[in-house]
Design a binder for this molecule. Sequence first.
Ligand SMILES: [Zn+2]
Length: 267
Amino acid sequence: MHLVGIDFEDWYLDVEQTGEPRAARAAFARQVDRIVDILNDTGTLGTFFLLGRTAERYPEIVRLVADAGHELASHGYGHQRIPELTAETFRADVARSIEVIEGIGGKRPVGYRAPYFSFTGEPWFYPALAEMGFLYSSSVLPARGVHSGLPDHPLRPRRIGDTSLLEIPIAVAEVAGQRLPAAGGGFWRILPWPMISWAARGTSPDRPFAGYLHPHEFDDRPLRSQRGVRRDAFVNVGRTSIPQKFRRMCQTHGGTRFIDYVKSVGS
Ligand SMILES: [Zn+2]
């Protein structure tokens, strides 16, 4: 079972914070168009985790996504890592994103994803999300990642305490006892399609394949980071294979919105 997760953030203006605004806007529009087209072609609905400040910049693109039937969830507002926040600044960041999403889409989001999967066990994290009315979070990479990851976290979704909140960790592949990230992003750039498909086949409703991809990975033009050639090489190597892998994923394994999965397992 493939849960389609798109982290809706403008790579040039909100993540790398570089580039000329007009070109960046054009790039973002064509990237999201490509994702929506693939979902439409394959009859798949997905969840878009909206970064508040990106959504605020592109209300018309958010509406296009919502009108196609996709779920609007929250990726926070400012894209700061969780350990850099306090309980108060975290709440303020998420509340601001809720306001933006509700203002554009007309509905309060019930799903949240932490920037960079950077949740590291902060005790205020889940209580704050539960209090703000979220039904699920997909904020944990249950493996050792480049900059984040909780390698001892369960691989299956888990209920948080006595709340109605479900944590849905992103997908990993288990190879020779090792957990390898397999859910998207940089891993999809380098992993061959058969490996990704194999990882998705091993999952079930008990342990869905929760994915994450970003609009910039769908650009048909090379990305420029202005942080040097090594960074440019990192973000561009294998990247053009992503749209085709995503299409095959939706064709082969289907795909669903996170909220539909959450409803199917009961709250
Ligand atoms: Zn992000």
